[in-house]
Design a binder for this molecule. Sequence first.
Ligand code: HEM
Ligand code: HEM
Ligand code: SF4
Ligand code: SF4
Length: 428
Amino acid sequence: MLDELEKGRWPSFVSDMKQEAAAREKTKVDLQAPRESIDDLLGLLELTYQDKVVHWKHGGIVGVFGYGGGVIGRYCDQPDQFPGVRDFHTLRVNQPGNKFYSTEYLRQLCDLWERRGSGITNMHGSTGDIILLGTTTPQLEEIFYELTHNLHQDLGGSGSNLRTPSDCLGMARCEYACYDTTALCYNLTMEYQDELHRPAFPYKFKFKFDGCPNGCVASIARADMSIIGTWRDDIRIDQAAVKAYVGGEFKPNGGAHSGRDWGTFDIQKEVIDLCPTHCMSWNGKKLVIDNKECNRCMHCINVMPRALRIGLDRGASILFGAKAPILEGAQMSTLTIPFVKVEEPYDEIKAIIEKVWDYWAEEGRNRERLGELMQRQGFQKFLEVLGLKPDPRMIREPRSNPYVFWKEEDVPGGWERDIQEFRKKHKK
Ligand code: HEM
Ligand code: HEM
Ligand code: SF4
Ligand code: SF4
């Protein structure tokens, strides 16, 4: 069945694995993991395709001394038939910011992994890590020693801890970046190494850093703490460049839709009328933006990147609570801090993080994500913990139900009432 997946134009993982299996068969490298590991992996996968069930045993707890996470242990449930994948553990290796590499680094990593692992990888895991896919328990410390001593490279996170943070490529290659995502990602990764390597939390916790609301690392959906760049002054307009778009000299959206004929660019239809807050106007000569009504959705900038640019007073919004469905349903992060300056050494952001962790580590139930704790104890409690005043920007709409809790100190007379006092005025 797997052979079928070598057909078609999309790069075939089966062909790649076969190529690696063949290379392992004849290599002169002194392989430390089974020579037939990829052959057996393909065999096991073929069996899985036939049976339509996985053939990995439940769980697996392995690792390296000093750390409580970073390696995902895995054992095949058909070890006699496929001894090459009897144990087939995965190492998470903390990727560099932006995932920018030198070939020298990658070659070193490949040499290490060819010798001590299966030779196959995942570039990259969804959280961001380099995934070294498949090795045996005795190799773990060996790999870790070589990673740290030769490549100056640490493991990533797994378990109930801070997972490996990841970022959009930000200022490295994007004109929309409102802060240096890579610098912040790196700084916080280094600052919280202890929380990343030694699980101390009720459950997992993820940071992600988007340079602007386009969300290229999807922080709002895939991180308990989402840091999303924004600005709070005016969008910068180059009127001559706007005219160049209108005149057809510049392609809209950087040419992103050139695969199909959408007609000539119509600024009214494609920008002004699509602005979600209707705060733009175009009179044929001049583009005007009522910036106090702009919600910085990015649409106009995305369409006319050569004419419109992000403001100069930049920072980020911080949102909390995103998670996948288990247990209480999927959540995206909720706006908690509308604007914060993002400047080294990031003390303000670190103070926020530590308040959240102190609260969640104390109050969170076993395997309760931050987003679920926020639901259980309420957003109001979360604001108290952070020392923030409620702000209309924190909600999409006010509550519709009237089940409002009041604090006793805010209600004249408090909660202590005597029924006899009431009866004096109201007979039974
Ligand atoms: C002079 C007599 C009464 C007055 C003036 C009165 C008035 C009200 C008012 C203003 C509400 C709130 C409606 C709303 O928020 O939509 C309400 C709700 C209610 N009343 Fe009465 N009521 C009276 C008698 C009774 C009696 C005799 C019963 C039952 C035996 C009763 C049962 C309820 C219930 C179950 C609710 C709904 C409570 C809730 O779920 O929020 N009421 N009443
Ligand atoms: C086996 C009998 C009963 C069952 C299964 C039952 C079930 C329910 C359910 C499912 C609700 C909705 C709760 C919610 O929205 O969260 C409710 C609300 C309510 N029931 Fe019953 N009920 C029963 C008997 C009664 C009786 C005998 C009374 C009054 C004499 C009563 C008064 C009410 C009132 C006032 C509410 C509204 C409470 C609120 O909205 O907060 N129920 N009931
Ligand atoms: S999230 Fe924004 S700043 Fe980051 S790469 Fe995407 S468009 Fe650029
Ligand atoms: S960024 Fe969005 S809301 Fe702001 S002016 Fe442009 S289209 Fe309108």
